[in-house]
Design a binder for this molecule. Structure first.
Ligand code: PRP
Ligand code: URA
Length: 228
């Protein structure tokens, strides 16, 4: 996949992904990903097309985010012969941040139908832009899993930082954040609070406006996805 590491001390994954990358931020620059991004940014894109493009883009981001997962070798009997195959070595947990993070699930789950889906409900206070956590449903075995936080937007980083905090408190050791649009403020907040969390994104935008919305961004991701 066409990716660009943007952190100077980016470390590539080890053989079969046995080593996790250290605090990388990866921008997926595949031309198709960037076309889907342009479509969901466009103000005239209706919800049904927004959902369709977001599904495709989420899948491409997830493919990159999982590209260094360790696998174990298994034996496979084809109709003709015994051969080797691969199986993920660890369970995989997807954690959409409600609401808008749900918009990334449809593109991802068909690739990993066995994945556990945990939920974290976090809503920004409209006045202060501070995160308000209102719901969590997390599985017990997080320490054994590869955990993927899903949220289209990384703005101030407050919501993502709170989600990562909750997941670590529940035992998660390997966390990757998948976000469609990020910005320097959100990336800095995550690097400060959770330097061990990898981030995969389709864009690092210029910054935040006075209402803490990403500019140019795509507007309110939840409202656009759900048509509210
Ligand atoms: C949006 C978005 C992120 C958060 C990002 O959710 O989906 O969760 O804002 O902003 P931050 O980085 O400054 O925390 P919102 O709070 O609007 O809730 P919603 O998904 O229910 O619309
Ligand atoms: N939440 C959104 O949905 N969009 C932004 O630009 C910032 C936070």
């Amino acid at each position: 996949m066409n990716v660009k590491p943007v952190v100077e001390n980016f470390a590539t994954s080890g053989k079969c992904g046995t080593m996790r990358r250290m605090q990388p931020v990866v921008i997926v620059q595949h031309p198709l990903a960037q076309c889907h991004l342009a479509a969901i940014r466009a103000v005239g894109t209706p919800s049904h097309d927004f959902r369709r493009h977001l599904n495709h883009l989420a899948r491409m981001l997830f493919l990159e985010a999982t590209s260094d997962l360790p696998v174990r070798e298994i034996s496979v009997q084809t109709p003709l012969k015994q051969t080797h195959g691969s199986q993920l070595a660890r369970p995989l947990v997807c954690v959409p941040i409600l609401r808008a993070g749900l918009g990334l699930l449809d593109g991802i789950l068909p690739l990993v139908p066995d994945a556990v889906v945990a939920h974290v409900g976090i809503r920004r206070n409209e006045e202060t832009a501070l995160p308000h956590a209102y719901y969590a449903n997390l599985p017990a075995n997080l320490s054994a899993a590869d955990v993927f936080i899903l949220d289209p937007m990384l703005a101030t980083g407050g919501s993502a930082c709170e989600a990562a905090r909750q997941l670590k408190e529940a035992g998660a050791l390997r966390i990757t954040m998948i976000c469609v649009v990020s910005c320097p403020e959100g990336l800095a907040a995550m690097k400060l609070a959770h330097p061990d969390v990898a981030i995969v994104t389709a864009a690092i935008d210029a910054g935040l406006n006075d209402k803490c919305y990403i500019v140019p961004g795509l507007g309110d991701a939840g409202d656009r996805y759900f048509g509210t």
